[in-house]
Design a protein around this ligand. Structure first.
Ligand code: K1U
Ligand code: ZN
Length: 172
């Protein structure tokens, strides 16, 4: 396993890569599992609670996540070719962050509940309901698969300020 570099919005080449639409995975094989293992290690090291493959420069429709509480054992989760089957009319706000936009947090409003279908680490099809932080995180990560960052949900002014702040932070 290896820790990969996480692309960040302060670098023009990284931003262009983050804006790509990720392509569906054709086979859940050992090469893909090696990528997912690297992503998980990278996410734990950051630290973060989710990571999309495009954030480590691999534009594939793959997400890793772990929402365990500090007092609980790790609960790694893998989502391959995830699809949203249903989203609630009800929305909920959450103060989001992103490892590709370090140290910026802002409120995003998203559907409060979603129903998902995806392939797991073994390549089995799973259907699951998500709410709370799980719903927030999976929608944030699925945005990455479409080249959308959480700051794209903010006003243009806030988005430009966020990128400026990250550039300053990274230059320091
Ligand atoms: O970059 C990412 O996509 C990961 C991101 C996921 C996320 C966080 C909050 C709302 C929606 C999606 C992060 O993990 S940012 C870091 C973070 O939230 C965190 C880090 C350490 C402990 C707890 C949370
Ligand atoms: Zn993110």
């Amino acid at each position: 396993m290896a820790i990969r570099r996480i692309l960040t919005v302060d670098k023009a080449a990284d931003l262009a890569a983050l804006k790509q639409v990720s392509t569906p995975v054709e086979a859940v094989d050992d090469d893909l599992r090696a990528l997912m293992d690297d992503m998980l290690e990278t996410m734990y090291d950051a630290p973060g609670i989710g990571l999309a493959a495009v954030q480590v420069g691999e534009p594939k429709r793959v997400i890793v996540m772990d929402l365990h509480r500090p007092e609980e054992p790790p609960q790694p989760r893998f989502f391959i070719n995830p699809e949203i089957l249903w989203k609630s009319e009800e929305t909920a706000p959450y103060e989001e962050g992103c490892l590709s936009v370090p140290e910026i947090f802002d409120e995003v409003e998203r559907p409060a509940q979603v129903k998902l279908r995806y392939l797991n680490y073994q390549g089995e099809t799973v259907e699951e309901d998500a709410e709370g932080l799980f719903a927030v995180c999976i929608q944030h990560e699925m945005d990455h698969l479409e080249g959308v960052l959480f700051i794209d949900h903010l006003s243009r002014l806030k988005r430009e300020q966020a990128v400026k702040k990250v550039k300053k932070l990274k230059a320091a």
